[in-house]
Design a protein around this ligand. Structure first.
Ligand SMILES: Nc1ncnc2c1ncn2[C@@H]1O[C@H](COP(=O)(O)OP(=O)(O)O)[C@@H](O)[C@H]1O
Ligand SMILES: O=P(O)(O)OC[C@H]1O[C@H](OP(=O)(O)OP(=O)(O)O)[C@H](O)[C@@H]1O
Length: 194
């Protein structure tokens, strides 16, 4: 594979979708694709750069090998289409909306991925989740509780190359910083083992 995988992670509500949406056009003009996820979420949910499918359809696709990566979290199944491997093989870089829980497996599959962790101050995160209004108050609490488990493990030295990107402030600034991070990563030579 010659392209690079950029694996964006962060708590639900930290702004991953907003960020991907905002940088998509710029990145695609520079040969970096933004993957569209497949999620077992009802089609009426707005603001998600994803294809919504039933659990049965998701299982069929998984069985067929349609996903390069897939995971289950928050009561939903998420899949990243296998086409990303074609894009990477063709030399395109690929940006995906990933999962913190799946990061170790993603690293096994893509040893040279760039992991970018989007962070948001707790109070801001809670406010944004409620303002988004996609989940019930109970689902929001469950998502916030899930974050506590990741805060320690992700930052406890197991991921020395993890890039932190704060999105507590203006989205436009976060976009610019993400584009800079990606640019810096792309300008690095591939490790010999790649
Ligand atoms: N920098 C920002 N400033 C203000 N609101 C933001 C910012 N980034 C995202 N949001 C809002 O926060 C909510 C969650 O963002 P979203 O992109 O859906 O997060 P995620 O995909 O990580 O769950 C959305 O309503 C979005 O409009
Ligand atoms: O292991 P985690 O890092 O907790 O991630 C689990 C899933 O939750 C997030 O999606 P979610 O359904 O919340 O969509 P969102 O990002 O649009 O909120 C994230 O994008 C992952 O797919």
């Amino acid at each position: 594979m010659t392209g690079r995988l950029i694996y964006l992670i962060g708590p639900s509500g930290s702004g991953k979708d907003s960020l991907l949406d905002a940088v998509r056009e710029t990145l695609e003009g520079e040969g970096c694709r933004v993957a569209r996820r497949v999620i077992t979420r009802s089609a009426e949910a707005k603001g998600e750069l994803a294809e919504a499918v039933s659990a049965e359809e998701f299982a069929r696709r998984a069985e067929r090998g349609d996903f390069a990566m897939s995971w289950y979290a928050n009561g939903l199944s998420y899949g990243i289409p296998a086409v990303i491997d074609d894009w990477l093989a063709a030399g395109d870089d690929v940006l995906v909306n990933g999962s913190r829980g799946y990061l170790p497996e993603a690293r096994r599959r893509y040893p040279h991925l760039l992991a970018v962790l989007l962070t948001v101050e707790d109070a801001v995160l809670r406010r944004r989740l409620h303002a988004r209004g996609r989940e019930s108050a109970e689902e929001i609490e469950t998502r916030l509780a899930r974050n506590a488990g990741f805060a320690d493990t992700l930052l406890a030295g197991e991921n020395p190359d993890l890039c932190l990107l704060d999105n507590s402030g203006d989205l436009e600034q976060t976009c610019q910083r993400l584009l800079q991070l990606i640019e810096a990563h792309r300008s690095q030579a591939w490790p010999d083992s790649a």
